[in-house]
Design a protein around this ligand. Structure first.
Ligand SMILES: [Zn+2]
Length: 535
C-alpha cells in the first residue's frame, strides 16, 4: 500500500492534465435530488437494521446466527427485486459454535456476580466448575517458567487488567475543520507508517499466546479468564487475546475461556493479590460442523447498456459480527445502509448502465475472508504467506505476499468496490485508497453534498477492511470517513453493540450518499480510473 501511494503521487501531475470526460460533464443534479428525497424523507435503513440486529441477532462466523443472517439477507434482496440473490461459497470456515449460557460469580471472599461472555469457540465447562483464582504475570516465556506447577485446577487470570481508559468523549463527531484538514486521515497515515514493525511484534505475541495456551493446558488449568477491556461498563470480546485461529478445533485452547467485564476482572485481580478468591462458572455451548462452510451473499441490479453491463460496481459491507452484543455498528449499520441504497435506486426505477452488485461478506472479522474469496474467484489474487507468524497476526496484519498478482476473468471489467464499515455515523469524507484521478473525480461528486456534511476526499488508504482487498490488487477499493459516534468508546466488538448504537438520521445520510456514488459509478462515461498495481 505504501508503494501504491508513492506511485500515485508520482503520477499526479500528468494525470491532472488529462481529466476524463465524465469529470468535465459534472454530476446529474436532478438524480442527486431524487435520491436525497427518497433516502432522507422516506428512508428505511433503520427497518433493515432492526430486522438484522434485533431480528437475527449476533452473527459470529459459522454460528447458527450467521446462517439465519444469510437467509434474512437473501429474503431482503429478493424483496428488492434484485437479480439472482444467492450464497457464494468462500470455503470451509471452521467450527460452528454458539454460546447457550455463561455465568460466573465469586464464592469467596463474597458472592459477586459478573457480566460475562464465553470466548468465541471456547470449549464448554461440562457443568458448573469452581476453583481458586490465580493472578500471575503470563506475558513472557520466563513468566511461564515461573508459573510451572502452580496452575493445576486453578482459574487463571490472563495477565494484569488494562489501565482504566481515559475519560474521553463517549460520542464523537468531527467538526467541519477536522474533516477538511484531514485529521482522521492523518491518524490512518500514522498507522501505516508503523505497520511493518507492529506486525512483527504482533506476530511474536500471537505465537507466544499459542505457547501459553498449550502450557496452561499441559499444567491442568481449570479455566482461563480474560479482561473485557478498559472502557467503563463495556465488555470487549473478540479473538485477539486467544492467539491463532480459535475457530479451528486444532488451534483453540483446550480449556474453557471466559471474558469478564473490565471492572469485574480488575476486582478479581486485586482480590486475588490480597487473599483467596474462588470463582464459580459455567459455559454451555452448542457445537456443530467443525468445518462449517462460509458464504458471501450476492445479488445484482443488472446493467442495461450492452457495451457496459459486463462492468461491475460493487457495494459491500460485512454480514458477520462478534458474539457479544448484536453487531449493530459493526457491521449491521453497513449492511442496512447498503440494502437501503439499493432500495432507493429501485424506488426511483434507476436503470444503471453498468451492473451494480451487492456483496455482503462473510468472515471479515477473522481476516477479510469474504472479500478475499470474492477477489480470488473473480478478480485476481496475490498468494499470501501462510507462515505460522503470519497466521498468528490479528486480522489486518495477515498480508504478507508470496507471489505476483494472478488476474482473474473479471479483472478488466471491474469498476470500483465501495465498502461501508465504520459504524452508523454519517459520511464525512471518501478514501480512494491512493488514486488521485479518482479523488479528483469524487471531489466533483461531493460538491453538491456539502450541506449533508460530506466535505473531503482523501487520496490515501483507510483503515484496513474489505476495501483493502481490492486496492491491494490494483483496483479501486473505496471506503468512507464516518462520524465515529460511540464506535470506539462503546460499540466496537462489545456487548453493547446493540441497536442503541445506531443513529437513524446518520444512517439515512450514509445510505443516501452511498446510493449517489453507486448511481454515478454505474452511469459514468468511463469505468473508474485505476492506479498501477499496488506493490
Ligand atoms: Zn467491521
Amino acid at each position: 500500500m505504501r508503494l501504491a501511494r508513492r506511485q500515485a503521487l508520482a503520477g499526479l501531475g500528468a494525470l491532472a492534465l488529462a481529466r476524463p470526460a465524465w469529470a468535465r460533464s459534472g454530476p446529474d443534479l436532478a438524480l442527486y435530488e431524487a435520491i436525497r428525497d427518497e433516502g432522507l424523507k422516506r428512508g428505511q435503513a433503520m427497518t433493515y437494521a432492526a430486522g438484522l440486529v434485533d431480528g437475527v441477532g449476533s452473527r459470529l462466523m459459522g454460528s447458527p446466527g450467521m446462517r439465519r443472517a444469510y437467509d434474512w439477507s437473501l429474503a431482503r434482496l429478493r424483496e428488492l427485486g434484485l437479480s439472482d440473490p444467492r450464497l457464494e461459497p468462500i470455503g470451509p470456515f471452521g467450527l460452528s459454535w454458539r454460546q447457550i449460557r455463561a455465568w460466573a460469580r465469586t464464592t469467596a471472599p463474597d458472592g459477586a456476580p459478573f457480566v460475562v461472555q464465553a470466548a468465541p469457540w471456547s470449549v464448554a465447562t461440562n457443568g458448573v466448575i469452581e476453583g481458586d483464582v490465580i493472578a500471575l504475570p503470563l506475558a513472557t516465556d520466563e513468566d511461564l517458567q515461573r508459573a510451572q506447577g502452580k496452575l493445576a485446577g486453578k482459574v487463571v487470570l490472563l495477565g494484569p487488567p488494562p489501565a482504566p481508559g481515559a475519560d474521553g468523549r463517549a460520542v464523537v463527531r468531527y467538526t467541519d475543520e477536522e474533516v477538511i484538514r484531514g485529521d482522521a486521515a492523518e491518524a490512518v497515515r500514522a498507522y501505516y507508517r508503523t505497520v511493518a514493525e507492529r506486525r512483527v511484534r504482533q506476530g511474536r505475541e500471537g505465537l507466544f499466546k499459542a505457547r501459553r495456551n498449550a502450557f496452561l493446558a499441559a499444567e491442568g488449568a481449570l479455566a482461563a479468564v480474560v479482561s473485557g477491556g478498559a472502557h467503563p461498563g463495556v465488555m470487549t470480546v473478540d479473538g485477539g487475546e486467544l492467539g491463532g485461529r480459535p475457530w479451528l478445533a486444532t488451534e483453540r485452547p483446550a480449556f474453557p475461556v471466559l471474558y469478564l467485564s473490565g471492572e469485574g476482572y480488575a476486582r478479581c485481580w486485586r482480590q486475588s493479590q490480597a487473599g483467596a478468591v474462588r470463582l464459580q462458572m459455567e459455559i454451555v455451548t452448542e457445537e456443530g460442523d467443525p468445518a462449517e462452510p462460509g458464504y458471501n451473499v450476492v445479488a445484482e441490479i443488472p446493467g442495461t447498456d450492452p457495451r457496459l453491463k459486463a462492468q461491475v460496481v460493487l457495494a459491500g459491507a460485512h454480514l458477520d459480527s462478534w458474539a457479544a452484543g448484536a453487531g449493530a455498528a459493526d457491521n449491521g449499520a453497513g449492511v442496512a445502509a447498503t440494502l437501503e441504497a439499493v432500495r432507493i435506486l429501485r424506488a426511483l426505477n434507476f436503470t444503471p448502465r453498468r451492473t451494480i452488485r451487492i456483496v455482503l461478506y462473510g468472515g471479515e472479522e477473522q481476516g477479510l475472508y469474504g472479500s478475499e474469496a470474492y477477489a480470488r474467484q473473480r478478480l485476481g489474487h496475490i498468494p499470501r504467506s501462510t507462515a505460522p507468524e503470519q497466521l498468528a497476526l490479528p486480522v489486518e496484519g495477515r498480508r504478507a505476499k508470496a507471489g505476483p498478482l494472478r488476474k482473474g476473468l473479471e479483472y478488466e471489467d471491474f469498476s470500483a468496490a465501495f465498502n461501508l464499515d465504520g459504524g452508523s455515523g454519517r459520511i464525512r469524507g471518501v478514501f480512494t485508497g491512493g488514486n488521485p484521478v479518482l479523488a479528483a473525480l469524487y471531489r466533483d461528486w461531493i460538491a453538491p453534498l456539502k450541506d449533508l456534511g460530506v466535505l473531503a476526499v482523501y487520496d490515501g488508504p483507510h483503515w484496513p477492511a474489505d476495501q483493502s482487498t481490492f486496492t491491494e490488487i490494483g483496483l479501486p477499493g473505496i471506503s468512507f470517513l464516518q462520524d465515529p459516534l460511540d464506535y470506539d468508546s462503546r460499540a466496537h466488538h462489545t456487548n453493547l453493540d446493540t441497536l442503541e448504537r445506531l443513529s437513524p438520521g446518520d444512517l439515512a445520510q450514509a445510505a443516501t450518499v452511498l446510493a449517489i456514488f453507486l448511481a454515478n459509478s454505474a452511469n459514468a462515461a468511463e469505468r473508474a480510473p485505476r492506479q498501477g498495481l499496488t506493490g
